[in-house]
Design a protein around this ligand. Structure first.
Ligand code: FES
Length: 157
């Protein structure tokens, strides 16, 4: 069974299977909703359920308070639909609108935050980016490494 989710204010629509979360479904269909940890910890994917019902899933209690839930907020990396939904959240853009760039870069610094979370500081030719990702794909190229970055996922500092 699947449900239709409408994003406000853009009006974009996508389907979400009953056993997948809203974020996964949106990304699978080319909509770049904000996220970082994808595990109910960081709050980057928090948005508002305007209409419909969700199963909130498992998340860290401090990331989504009872008051926020009462106000209609949910973590889209954890929430699964129980009906058609209308949600409100910021959209970076559709993935199809973002050209994927392969950039030469250097790993400047690694900071381990937890067993499965590492902040990777990269140096690019013109400016440095701080990237907090679970994984980053590295492609060895001769004496340097390059990384494939999606601008919406890797905020500049
Ligand atoms: S992406 Fe971190 S809480 Fe959803």
């Amino acid at each position: 069974m699947s449900f239709t989710t409408t994003i406000l204010p853009s009006g974009h629509k996508f389907t979400v299977d009953a056993d997948e979360n809203i974020l996964e479904a949106g990304l699978r269909q080319g909509f770049t909703l904000p996220y970082s940890c994808r595990d109910g910890v960081c709050g980057a994917c928090k948005g508002k359920i305007i209409q419909g019902e969700v199963d909130y899933g498992k998340y860290q209690a401090s990331t989504l308070s009872a008051a926020e839930k009462s106000a209609g907020m949910a973590l889209f990396c954890c929430a699964k639909p129980k009906s058609d939904l209308v949600i409100e959240c910021r959209e970076v853009s559709t993935l199809n609108d973002i050209p994927v760039k392969l950039l030469p870069t250097r790993v400047h610094k690694l900071v381990k935050l937890a067993d499965d979370v590492m902040v990777i500081y990269l140096k690019l030719p013109k400016r440095a980016l701080a990237v907090s990702c679970r994984t980053i794909h590295r492609y060895p190229a001769k004496n340097r490494q390059t990384a494939q970055l999606l601008p919406g996922q890797c905020p500049a500092r």
